[in-house]
Design a protein. Structure first.
Length: 310
């Protein structure tokens, strides 16, 4: 699939689609359209943890349809188990032997409710991704939920936002809180440790390899999950699904994780120093296409989409 151009023909086709489908016009968006502060519902399809973007469609906020029905409006779909399980879409079919399937996320949070029953709320980003699931009992989130999860939560359940950082990163934390104020309408609280943090609510976690304690404690909340970025001494470790993880002695990694038992979602920024935190967050805010990915790292060579597939 390709992004549409700005031609009268495309506008005519979009209008015809509106008439034909009755309740929605699927429109391919440029990557910068991922910030869904308009309140519309966005559908994203990708492969391999967002390494390959298949398409992005915008649905009106008044659409009252389950995810499966939304998918049927943009592609041919094969469902199984009473329509609850997405078996095939976009020419990608469930592969039990290869441990590859379609999984879906709402505002970056992995969903356990069937696609045939979940009806997205206005402002939510629904992301379906075809990827390898073997070896990990829990799935990481997707950056496509940022900043929507901070604005809308999931299922209409709004939650507060707290920025966590060590004291030596206080200026970075307050810069991040000020940036978020533009979307949230209030400035999130900045705290310097988990003991100061409410257990419920969205978290923005900023750490360097010199202050790994905060991240390591958060990692204990889902110790067996797939963590695309880890800290080992002075280096960042980038998870490679086939083994032989990569090591960065300089750079930044950004990932997110949902902690269902704590009713918390966290955007986690790990870096080798303060400057790399600034560069990583700036890259994410500047290049919205990075939010189609599960996670990413940034080093002197550029952007590395995570987890590393091969």
């Amino acid at each position: 699939m390709e992004y549409v151009g700005k031609t009268g023909i495309i506008l005519f086709i979009a209008l015809a689609a509106f008439v034909a489908l009755g309740f929605v016009v699927p429109i391919f968006l440029s990557p910068t359209g991922i910030r869904n502060i308009s309140g519309n519902i966005t559908l994203v399809a990708s492969e391999d943890f967002g390494h390959r973007l298949i398409g992005v469609w915008d649905f009106g906020s008044d659409v009252d349809a389950p995810v499966m029905e939304m998918l049927r409006n943009v592609t041919e779909v094969e469902a199984k188990y009473g329509g609850l399980f997405l078996h095939s879409a976009f020419d990608l079919t469930s592969d039990v032997k290869g441990q590859r399937d379609w999984l879906y996320y709402v505002n970056g949070v992995y969903m356990r409710e069937g696609l045939a029953s979940y009806r997205p709320e206005p402002g939510e980003v629904v992301h379906v991704d075809y990827h390898y699931w073997g070896g990990y009992p829990s799935s990481p989130g997707f950056l496509s939920g940022y900043p929507e999860i901070l604005l809308y939560g999931v299922g209409g359940r709004e939650r507060n936002v707290t920025v966590i950082c060590p004291r030596e990163l206080d200026d970075i934390g307050r810069w991040m809180a000020s940036d978020l104020d533009q979307w949230l309408g209030y400035r999130p609280m900045v705290v310097h440790g988990l003991e100061e943090t409410p257990l419920r609510g969205n978290l923005i976690v900023l750490t360097t390899t010199d202050s790994a304690g905060i991240f390591n404690r958060i990692r204990e909340w889902r110790p067996s999950g797939l963590w695309p970025v880890l800290i080992d001494g002075d280096d960042l470790i980038l998870t490679r699904l086939t083994g032989n993880d990569l090591r960065l002695d300089e750079g930044c990694g950004i990932q997110c994780m949902d902690f269902a038992d704590r009713s918390s979602w966290a955007l986690i920024v790990l870096a080798t120093d303060k400057d790399w935190i600034r560069r990583g967050v700036s890259a994410m805010n500047r290049d919205a296409s990075l939010r189609y990915a599960c996670a990413f790292a940034l080093d002197g060579s550029g952007v590395i989409l995570l987890p590393v597939i091969s």
